[in-house]
Design a binder for this molecule. Structure first.
Ligand SMILES: [Zn+2]
Length: 305
């Protein structure tokens, strides 16, 4: 019922990274987000056979008692709200006295605490809104290269090697999707809120960011622009209009308050030498608002001239 897109926060980080210098912690946060998204997409692939019997809501933000929380994936079936927390950790982790340790020996946040907290919020939420579902949480480690040492039993953890058996169990224990499940899913979806991705990314301003068009293949900047842009680092080729439109998307995401004007996009793309090239691309792909001098562009069908 709700598919997963690239999270806005990750899109922002991807847009910012080539244009500013991330600190070490910003860089590792970015890599963590990429890794997490990769894991969620692998989870979605794994979950395809379940969709006959389960309604999936992916990447949902909710608020309960002023607590914002995010759920990677809900699967709703037969009166049960399966809450899937997906982790894409890699390597040998261990638990000692409840503390989790990474392969390099550093302490890491205990993901079970997060699962518990979310489950508590969810239990309150379904009770408050009279949603007839009982919550069941699963902590899924999806990366085949993950191992956890010294694990107490009876934790709601699913390891990579158990994934197929776990899925078979879910299939066997779920009946067909009922109307009550659909109604409950719709209710949950109606309660979902937009996240605020701008708070968790590094601070930035237009002036500080490096201008230019970033190659879609390798993330380096194009060094020159003709009808076809050719990346001298990775060899990718892209039409000038595709590259400009990609840059417009990025510009709109990073600066939602700025208008898409020829002048702004010309400055943002930098590598294009003639402002008229930018104008031509905008005119033939976007909808122009306003008169010639003070016009700006929004998404929509192009105006016939
Ligand atoms: Zn490239």
């Amino acid at each position: 019922m709700k598919e997963r897109g690239i999270p806005q926060e990750l899109q922002l980080l991807r847009g910012l990274r080539p244009r500013m210098n991330f600190s070490e912690s910003e860089e590792s946060y970015y890599l963590y987000k990429e890794k997490g998204y990769e894991g969620e997409m692998n989870f979605d692939k794994w979950a395809v056979p379940l969709s006959k019997k389960m309604i999936f809501l992916n990447d949902i933000n909710l608020n309960q008692n002023n607590n914002n929380f995010q759920v990677d994936s809900f699967g709703i079936s037969s009166g049960t709200l399966h809450h899937f927390e997906v982790k894409n950790l890699e390597g040998d982790y261990s638990i000692e006295k409840g503390k989790w340790t990474s392969p390099s020996g550093n302490p890491v946040k205990n993901p079970l605490l997060q699962v518990d907290k979310t489950e508590t919020h969810l239990n309150q939420l379904v009770k408050n809104y009279n949603i007839p579902l009982s919550v069941k949480s699963h902590l899924i480690f999806i990366n085949p290269e993950f191992h956890l040492y010294d694990v107490p039993s009876n934790l709601p953890i699913i390891y990579p090697a158990q994934m197929n058996r776990f899925r078979n169990n879910l299939l066997q224990n779920s009946s067909k999707i009922r109307n009550a499940d659909i109604r409950a899913a719709e209710k949950l979806l109606s309660l979902s809120i937009g996240g605020s991705p701008y708070n968790s990314v590094p601070k930035y301003s237009y002036e500080e960011l490096r201008k230019g068009i970033v190659c879609s293949g390798c993330g380096e900047f194009y060094t020159e622009a003709k009808r076809i842009l050719h990346c001298e680092f990775c060899g990718v080729r892209e039409s000038c209009s595709d590259a400009v439109l990609r840059s417009v998307e990025e510009f709109g995401l990073l600066f939602p308050d700025f208008k898409v004007t020829t002048k702004n996009i010309f400055d943002w793309c930098k590598v294009i030498k003639d402002e008229r090239t930018v104008q031509r691309v905008l005119r033939s792909n976007l909808q122009m608002i306003g008169n010639k001098r003070s016009s700006y562009y929004i998404k929509g069908t192009r105006e016939k001239e």
